[in-house]
Design a binder for this molecule. Sequence first.
Ligand SMILES: [Zn+2]
Ligand SMILES: [Zn+2]
Length: 303
Amino acid sequence: MSILPQHKYYLTRSSCHDLWHRNRVICSATTLTPKPKFRPNQPATEPQLVKPPNLVTPVSIPPVLNDPSLQSTWSHRSWVATGCVTVLVPLAKAVVGAAHSHIWLEPMLAGYIGFILADLGSGIYHWGIDNYGDKSTPVFGNQIEAFQGHHKWPWTITRRQFANNLHALARAVAFVALPIDLACNDPVINAFVGVCSGCIMFSQQFHAWAHGTKSKLPPLVVALQDAGLLVSRSQHAAHHREPYNSNYCIVSGVWNEFLDKNKFFEALEMALFFKLGVRPRSWSEPSTDWIEEIESTSQDAFH
Ligand SMILES: [Zn+2]
Ligand SMILES: [Zn+2]
């Protein structure tokens, strides 16, 4: 028996948007029956093409013009507003506490450590949802699905509205940091929590800017990217290229080189594999689920 795999792409014309979309065909297989042995007094039969079961499954389709999945809802905006309050309260408390105690160095240092650790945290979180679980995973399912879609169609992040892009992390920040805000009056801890949670919450905006075009980004953003205070466009572009397992950090990207050089995530993946038997998605590379599709004609309609 021989199986002939055929990986195909084909174009279909969308009826509702009158735009061309590329749909992906996972796989189809043509199975040949084995050639029967010739026996006397038996009519010879030709090998027959056996029609395979229908394995043609169009997978998710890229978001289109005015796609609701890219737009902010009032729920998204409420969570982002709550997240902003959660970030601003400890920052204000840190400034007031520092002014009262005349101690500025420690809170500033704590804020700086918060900024550095937020980048590491963003990398670990990004690596986790890129490599493990799926859309049915409790709590993280939506984020996992969104990041898988992002690898397929990276440009969509630049079309995603602000609150739509930030609401999931804003919600996490509100749940984790708000109790600390209320319980703590130490300016050092407040400075750390305010800066760290703020950078985590806005990491998706920094990520979106890393996908921007230099000429279209605000000059201040470009300056911060060039200074290494925000993740650079070139560094993040490497995350979207083979072997698809580097440059996970998306706040400043300051950790990326160190983590990748020392194979930090590869070591974590091995540890998880030997302990729990789970394989990260990046080991199946190059997988069609991660390979970026070229921006289709439909996306040009956004401009
Ligand atoms: Zn990723
Ligand atoms: Zn990206």
